[in-house]
Design a protein around this ligand. Structure first.
Ligand code: MTE
Ligand code: LUZ
Ligand code: MOS
Length: 770
């Protein structure tokens, strides 16, 4: 059947030829106005006065709007209402939009936006998560998940360690920046084109802003040039500003950010600071762990609360932690409001336990992989997560065993150590890291989806669902599911843009649930049509409805076989409904946010990777020599697309942990706001030896075709790159010192860690190499 095949992405031919239509490619309607944003130049200040006359007088300007021009609510926050569209009297970060300019051309709007004179009264600014924590300045109340008496157990344990670590944030760097194009339609209606992962949220917020009702607004979204979480909530501000202009001017308005403005205004992955303590036995098995996870939330809540919740629920990663005390704090800082980013706090939670386990291994002089294995989730008394969910689908033992063998881990470990004894400057490092990632939104009611499937009388099929295409292949997979259900080939099925007037009340395409949710909803719709067709063919040719076979573009009952196209036309002539809606809600989920317990995830995805690096200990430069990935996608709907997701996530996560560094100056200005100063991985950062395999495993839960979500989990695979670098550094002190390496492991951070490792080695009476 069509499902299970590696069919090309439905838009691949358009992507490569440049024909795929993104928002800025939609032909502009005559009279289109271009918007630009005027932004704050202070991290925290009261606005004493604003002189916008020069902006108004600038060539081509049609209007300048501020918070005072907003008829409804001046808010675009997804959960908590602390996120002004345009700052009203108070600015909270450098780059915060304060006013909007509307002009005849894009250039005129941008030029005018720079001409404002704003008088500020500066207020004290908080620029780091740690400082926010010190001042107990949070965007949402702290959270805590505790089991047992971790503090006492750590104190009494045979061994214990305490420490700190920092992991930086990450810019989304979607290729298509934030953009919205809003057109007024008759009778106070609006048609909205917005590059967003969440069309319904755009519709809802725009209605609040303009005091409209949802049925007045249609949001359409064909595809994004990447979202990665950055367009889950944060497309809203730009959509709201364009809509405000369109409503005031009664003209179509487009707001397209340039790269620097996008990076200055929009939030990023949350950077985290960790403070931990762990107690363990002689085998390195953890008896208890306690940790404070302190995130840099930025100036507003945005999605920081569910991000922190996911971090808390991924501190365990693939390990059974008997006693824990996990606290999370969302530090309110005068910086961009950080948001969803592939993994949604999961990577930030899991990397902390990996760091701790790495430390335990070196403290005991053990092979890190052995310590990892000693702590894996097991059976019966070692399979309940700290939040109370029983892990019933654990495959981490088999998966890691398979990868250990296929990557020749043991012999390469020896080879690296041998190389390091003879190479004084260049050092090799090797690491294997596992992952377990929970699938479902950790907010239960988001786990629902709808679809609309049309079968036309010529046998062609049009699929509409609430999930947005951002390059991940969602539309391809959903079309495959529908084609499979109807027994037709994929060329008969076409996906349309998400449209809030076709499927209502959609969830964000996020939490990797796109295919799980929308695939099931579309399957439900297609199944209803199939049932009607089966009943129809039986009514004409006899037999039992449940014995009708849909395969190879034909429908068969007993000895009668009719081409799908012909049957469809006959059914139409007999007044059979050939289109249907479909719906799906993930079963069995529950969550108590006060105790932080329940079953937040329908199932878990697993994976592991082995990375080998070569580090130059004089310059801090390094190279990834080889990476072997093994990942669990259940029964794949499209293996090629899944492998693309795994490789893409691996390289994207490697960038986060190594080269992508966000720096704010002492005034709170982001100084890394362009590709010239912010370094994402390039194609030549892919290792020469790069293998990705899918782990043979069916989902134990009844997901669509027993597949598993793939979008975010592999973002954790490049942990092995980070720990391989750390392993290379540790070789300078005979693998007995824990290099204090923070992420991103830039050459500067690597040199700092090398120096600290050598100092520590000397203090321990060793004579370090390098
Ligand atoms: N892949 C591409 N090419 N572009 C993207 O923007 N976003 C990721 C992931 N893979 C993304 C991507 C994120 S953050 C999520 S949550 C999932 O895709 C969302 O899509 P899915 O649920 O359909 O997997
Ligand atoms: N929870 C989650 C969420 O696990 N992933 C998400 O992307 C998300 N988005 C909004 C709210 N909760
Ligand atoms: Mo993905 S961070 O859930 O959009």
């Amino acid at each position: 059947s069509a499902a299970g095949l590696s069919t090309p992405h439905e838009s691949a031919h358009l992507h490569v030829s440049g024909e795929a239509t993104y928002i800025d490619d939609i032909p502009e309607v005559a009279g289109t106005v271009h918007a630009a944003l005027g932004t704050s130049e202070r991290a925290h200040a009261r606005i004493l006065s604003m002189d916008l006359q020069a902006v108004r007088d600038s060539a081509g300007v049609i209007a300048v709007l501020t918070a005072a021009d907003i008829p409804g609510e001046n808010d675009c926050g997804p959960i908590i209402h602390d996120d002004p569209v345009l700052a009203d009297g108070l600015v909270q970060f450098i780059g915060q939009p304060v006013f909007a300019v509307f002009a005849e051309t894009y250039e005129q709007a941008r030029r005018a936006a720079r001409k404002a004179t704003i008088d500020y009264e500066e207020l004290p600014a908080i620029l780091t998560a740690e400082e926010a924590h010190r001042q107990q300045s949070y965007v949402v109340p702290p959270m805590r998940l505790a089991r047992g008496n971790a503090q006492a157990t750590i104190t009494d344990a045979p061994h214990s360690l305490r420490g700190k670590m920092d992991v930086g944030g990450q810019e989304h760097f979607y290729l298509e920046g934030q953009i919205s194009y809003v057109l007024p339609t008759e009778d106070n209606g609006f048609r909205v084109h917005c590059s967003t992962q969440h069309p319904t949220e755009m519709q809802t917020l725009l209605c609040k802003l303009l005091k409209l009702r949802s049925h007045q607004v249609v949001v359409e979204m064909r595809r994004m040039g990447g979202g990665f979480g950055g367009k889950e909530s944060q497309s809203a501000l730009f959509c709201c500003v364009a809509a405000l202009g369109a409503s005031k001017l009664k003209r179509p308005v487009k707001l397209r950010l340039d790269r620097d403005d996008d990076m200055m205004i929009s939030g990023k992955r949350h950077g985290f600071h960790y403070d931990y303590a762990v107690g363990y036995d002689d085998n390195g098995r953890i008896l208890a762990a306690s940790i404070e996870l302190i995130s840099q939330a930025g100036f507003s809540a945005d999605l920081s609360q569910p991000v922190a919740t996911r971090a808390v629920c991924h501190f365990d990663n693939a390990y059974y932690l008997d006693e824990v005390d996990i606290q999370a704090f969302c530090g309110k800082t005068n910086t961009q409001s950080n948001t969803a980013f592939r993994g949604f706090g999961g990577p930030q939670g899991a990397i902390a336990i990996e760091y701790i386990i790495d430390n335990i291994a070196r403290d005991l002089g053990k092979e890190p992989l052995d310590v990892r294995k000693a702590n894996f989730y097991g059976t019966q008394d070692r399979n309940t997560t700290p939040y109370g969910q029983v892990v019933v689908d654990n495959v981490i033992h088999e998966l890691v065993d398979e990868l250990e063998t296929s990557s020749e881990y043991a012999s390469r470990r020896k080879a690296c150590q041998a190389f390091n004894t003879t190479s004084p400057v260049l050092k090799k490092g090797l690491a294997l890291t596992p992952l377990k990632f929970g699938i479902s939104f950790n907010v239960v009611h988001f786990n629902q989806a709808g679809a609309l499937v049309h079968v036309y009388t010529d046998g062609s099929v049009l699929v509409n669902h609430g999930g947005t295409e951002m390059g991940q292949g969602l539309n391809t997979k959903v079309a495959q599911v529908v084609a499979g259900e109807l027994g037709i080939s994929i060329s008969n099925v076409r996906s349309t843009a998400v449209d809030t007037s076709k499927v209502a009340n959609t969830s964000a395409t996020a939490a990797s649930t796109g295919t799980d949710l929308n695939g099931k909803a579309a399957e439900d719709a297609a199944r209803k049509i199939r049932t009607r067709l089966a009943d129809f063919i039986v009514s004409v040719h006899g037999g039992q409805s449940d014995e009708v076979v849909f395969a190879n573009d034909c429908v068969r009952i007993n000895d009668t076989e009719i081409p799908f196209t012909q049957l469809v036309l006959e059914a139409y002539l007999n007044r059979v409904q050939l289109w249907s809606d479909g719906f799906y809600a993930t079963p069995d989920l529950h969550w108590d946010k006060d105790t932080m317990t329940g079953r937040p995830f329908y199932y878990f995805a697993y994976g592991a990777s082995v990375s080998e690096v070569l580090v130059d200990t004089l310059t801090g430069e390094w190279k990834l020599l080889r990476a072997d990935l093994l990942h669990d996608v259940g029964n794949p709907i499209n293996p090629a697309i899944d492998i693309g997701q795994i490789e893409g996530a691996f390289i994207q996560g490697m960038g986060w942990l190594t080269s992508e560094e966000l720096r704010w100056n002492d005034k709170g200005k982001l100084t890394t706001h362009a590709p010239s100063t912010y370094k994402i991985p390039a194609s030549n950062d892919c290792p020469d030896h790069f293998t990705t395999r899918l782990f043979d495993n069916k989902n134990v839960e009844k997901t669509v075709l027993r597949s598993k979500a793939v979008g975010e989990p592999p973002l954790l695979l490049p942990f092995s790159v980070f720990f391989a670098i750390r392993d290379a550094i540790a070789s300078l002190a005979d693998y007995r010192v824990n290099p204090p390496l923070n992420a991103p492991a830039t050459p500067e951070a690597i040199l700092d860690a090398i120096e600290a490792t050598q100092v520590q080695a000397r203090e321990n009476g060793m004579s370090p190499t390098g």
